[in-house]
Ligand binder design. Structure first.
Ligand code: G6P
Length: 613
């Protein structure tokens, strides 16, 4: 969702900004733009659609010069997708231009106020209102510099923002600020590269300034300072950027999604590495050690997330109750946040998020912290907002996930939640032997994933048989009910095929009416507690002419007589099976999208990181 890149230094800004925009394409967007200050003043070029279109526009005018500039990919919220609404926006009095990620909630009242004072608006966006407000305060002669005007404007706004602002009258200054939306300032050699995430920075800097909410940074080629919106000077926070450039390059793969599916054996092995003490049957999670008493004594655990992360959180709920015997529940962060939730004493809230920036998950976290819960993050992106704002947490360590359809983050989240459940279980009533046995099995998961990946050709063949079908069902029970939800989500996200996931038993309560001749129904039917019951559900689908595709345990011959097609996975402990059973479903969705000719890594309307509620 909206990406910001900005540059101040001694090099030409345009190539750096375009390179950064391309790195941020995966976040999802519908228009792009760039502004720079040069001998001609402030120049802004924008284009609807892909960054490629912006590049063509730039080529047609011979490019724009200048070594200070801001750029943006816009994912429309306020106002349709068109040239005028694309960022950067500008005011016409002082040559102030800004890019913004987030939502200014009180933009309508601010706009009315500014209109009454004679300001004219040219777009439907909340961002233009913020720009105009900055311009309204701007008066260099009276000491209202760009920095001071940004501070003054931000004192008036409600909502979320990450911004980068430049001004023709102060051509050597850039001002950035954030509240709620992500922004990092990479420190180069006599230059700063500002971006929504590290992928646009790592090629040029190894360290970055992180901004807390309500802080403002003033950057010049000679240095920077950070302040609050009330102009109180802050001690800057600098972090090392751990991401390697190779991690965000495509390599030999045609799509990031496929690359990340194939990275899972290695990524999960890295996630588990050094965290399983099989001799003691104890999980070692640095972040949890100081909170182990509170965790072990907790009365209730609430898991909250959105999207794919919600599906792994649902599996977490099963794991915590099953293994650690602690009452647990899982809820959409967006619902949890606004329903006046009851947080009793000794409650723990676990926020699960790949990006660590999802606005709903962040809001749920704030709400539960305000109500006294201990908060824990299960996050992939190091230093992200949720990671910083939770009391403690566990990183996934699966490496950057660029594909919009989440894959390795899902298996990583389930692996971490399994370790958290074991951490608590072993400190409550699980025996060292039982715990060590599960750990040994968990350690085998990367190899099992690898075995499933080796059946990719077969998965592709089966997908091709059904790819023309417009409606699919995904059914599972117990631990694999959330896996069914995830299989359906993957398929609809990138292939735009309508798919529903549900508990296999629920099918009889309505959705069975949809089943007709040839409808593909995917069952997660690996051998576990509810295997026989799943077989009965398969019979019910067959009786109505549906085509059954089963994800089943290797060596299961019975299933072959019931299902049209079988996708085999290795024998695996039931509580660990979602990490293995999801792999054929990820590949199925991938092949379906490619066979239908869709751009897998840039699915329509989707954003990788949803930073608005
Ligand atoms: C978006 C993405 C999903 C992701 C969800 C939650 O919808 O497209 O892939 O699962 O956000 O994101 P998070 O970063 O919190 O895991």
């Amino acid at each position: 969702m909206c990406g910001i890149v900005a540059y101040i230094g001694n090099k030409p800004a345009q190539p750096l900004l375009l390179e950064g925009l391309k790195r941020l394409e995966y976040r999802g967007y519908d228009s792009a733009g760039i502004a720079a200050i040069n001998g001609k003043g402030l120049q802004i070029i924008k284009a609807v659609g892909r960054v490629m279109n912006l590049e063509k526009e730039l080529e047609s005018i011979g490019g724009i010069e200048g070594s200070i500039g801001i750029a943006h990919t816009r994912w429309a919220t306020h106002g349709i997708v068109n040239h005028a609404n694309a960022h950067p926006h500008q005011d016409r009095d002082h040559g102030i231009s800004l890019v913004h990620n987030g939502i200014i909630e009180n933009y309508a009242s601010l706009r009315t106020l500014l209109e009454e004072k004679g300001h004219q608006f040219h777009t439907e966006t909340d961002t233009e209102v913020l720009g105009m407000l900055i311009s309204h305060f701007y008066d260099l002669g009276a000491g209202m510099s760009l920095e001071k005007s940004v501070q003054a404007a931000l004192r008036e706004v409600r909502g979320a923002y990450a911004i980068a602002v430049i001004c023709q009258q102060e051509p050597d200054v850039m001002v950035c600020a954030r509240k709620g939306s992500p922004l990092l300032i990479g420190i180069g050699n006599g230059e700063y590269i500002v971006a929504s995430d590290p992928s646009a920075i790592v090629a040029h800097a190894t360290t970055a300034i992180t901004l807390d909410d309500y802080s403002v940074a003033r950057l010049t080629r000679d240095g920077f300072r950070t302040t609050t919106v009330d102009n109180v000077e802050l001690t800057p926070k600098i972090m090392e950027l751990e991401m390697e450039l190779e991690e965000i390059e495509l390599g030999d793969f045609p799509h990031y999604m496929l690359k990340e599916i194939y990275e899972q054996p290695e990524a999960i092995a890295r996630c588990l590495k050094g965290r399983l003490d099989k001799n003691e049957g104890k999980v070692v999670l640095g972040g949890l050690m100081n909170f182990s008493k509170e965790l072990v004594k907790s009365r209730r655990i609430i898991l909250t997330a959105q999207g794919t992360a919600l599906h792994s959180a649902m599996i977490g709920e099963y794991l915590l109750e099953d293994l650690a015997k602690i009452p647990a529940e899982c809820e959409y962060a967006s619902e949890f946040r606004y329903r006046n939730p009851i947080i009793e004493d000794r409650s723990v809230v676990i926020a699960v998020s790949q990006s660590g920036e999802t606005a709903d998950t962040l809001a749920a976290l704030h709400e539960s912290k305000d109500r006294g819960a201990l908060s824990l993050g299960v996050i992939n992106v190091v230093g992200s907002t949720i990671a910083r704002e939770t009391d403690t947490g566990v990183y996934l360590r699966v490496g950057p996930e660029i594909g919009v359809a989440s894959t390795k983050a899902f298996t990583g989240q389930v692996a971490v939640l399994t370790m958290i459940a074991l951490f608590m279980a072993r400190r409550r009533m699980m025996s060292p032997e039982a715990s060590a046995r599960l750990m040994r099995e968990l350690d085998r998961v990367p190899d099992m994933i690898q075995q499933v990946l080796e059946t990719n050709d077969r998965i592709k063949e089966i997908t091709a048989k059904y790819v023309h079908r417009e409606n699919w069902l995904f059914l599972g029970r117990g631990y694999n009910y959330p896996t069914a939800l995830e299989g359906a989500l993957k398929l609809k996200e990138i292939s735009y095929i309508h798919a529903e996931g549900m508990p296999a038993a629920e099918m009889k309560h309505g959705p069975i009416a949809l089943i007709d001749e040839g409808m593909p129904v995917v069952f997660i039917a690996n051998q576990g507690n509810q295997y026989e019951k799943v077989l009965s559900n398969i019979e019910e689908v067959r009786a109505r002419g549906g085509h059954v595709i089963a994800v089943a345990t290797e060596g299961d011959k019975q299933i072959e007589s019931l299902a049209e097609d079988v996708l085999y996975i290795p024998q695996v402990e039931e509580c660990l099976s979602p990490m293995v059973a999801v792999i054929p479903l990820q590949l199925l969705a991938y092949h379906a999208a490619v066979l239908r000719g869709h751009d897998v890594d840039k699915p329509r309307n989707l954003a990788k990181s949803v930073t608005v509620e």
